[in-house]
Design a protein around this ligand. Structure first.
Ligand code: IYR
Length: 221
């Protein structure tokens, strides 16, 4: 059996009052986060996205396998190819594949098959999940709870981007296989989600929707 090595925990205990204040301050900040669909083309400051991706990769993952890969796209030509392929998928989705119920649920968001943000946003982070890892000798190694692990990491990424002062849009094309092809990713990876990142367009608006109350989303037993 592999020998485990343990090191001391870098834990900070806050007095109860300070803890309450920190929880409230975090909630007040994170509740201002909105998914933004209209971006400015202004480039993001160097180093910010790198630290946000580093933050995402601190997330817990099954057996610490960190079963994901982040592709950060800023090349306009690659963005253009992604947009063209995504819009082709979305045309099929909005015209044929989506059920009426799904279309009705999307109506308040005002989405359609046009995805200009894929070219306008300065940065697209495409997150791939690794169903297993490929070892240098060609053998494979198992990964565990891959979707859960990728989801947690993306949650941290979205929070980190908001915390840094940028906006993002989680985008899941109805079929995502084209991302693997365009970005040349290996066979063990599957696209999980695309996060468009940047500054909001001048005067950008967001849908007038709200989050459920604590009573609706939580039960305290
Ligand atoms: N992928 C499509 C449809 C879509 C689906 C969900 I669920 C959304 O929350 C928003 C959009 C699109 O991006 O238009």
């Amino acid at each position: 059996m592999a020998e485990s090595q343990f090191v001391s925990l870098d834990y900070r205990e806050y007095p109860a009052e300070e803890m309450r204040r920190r929880a409230a301050v975090f909630y007040a900040d994170v509740r201002r986060r909105r998914s933004v669909r209209r971006f400015s083309s202004q480039p993001v400051p160097a180093g910010v996205v790198e630290d946000c991706v580093r933050a995402a990769a601190t997330a817990p993952s099954g057996a610490n396998k960190q079963p994901y890969h982040f592709v950060v796209v800023t090349d306009p030509q690659v963005k253009r190819r992604i947009r063209a392929a995504a819009e082709a998928e979305e045309h099929a989705f909005y015209q044929r594949r989506a059920s009426q119920e799904w279309l009705d649920d999307l109506a308040p968001l005002g989405t359609d098959a046009h995805k200009p943000f894929l070219e306008i946003a300065p940065c697209l982070i495409v997150i791939f999940m690794q169903r297993y890892s490929l070892l240098p000798d060609g053998a494979t190694a198992k990964h565990y709870y891959v979707q859960e692990s990728a989801g947690i990491a993306v949650g941290v990424l979205i929070a980190a981007i908001h915390h840094a002062g940028l906006v993002s849009l989680p985008y899941t094309p109805s079929r995502m296989g084209f991302l693997k092809k365009i970005l040349g990713r290996p066979e063990n990876e599957r696209p999980f989600l695309l996060l468009a990142v940047g500054y909001p367009a001048e005067g950008a608006t967001v849908p007038n929707i709200c989050k459920k109350s604590l009573e609706e989303i939580a039960t305290f037993v």
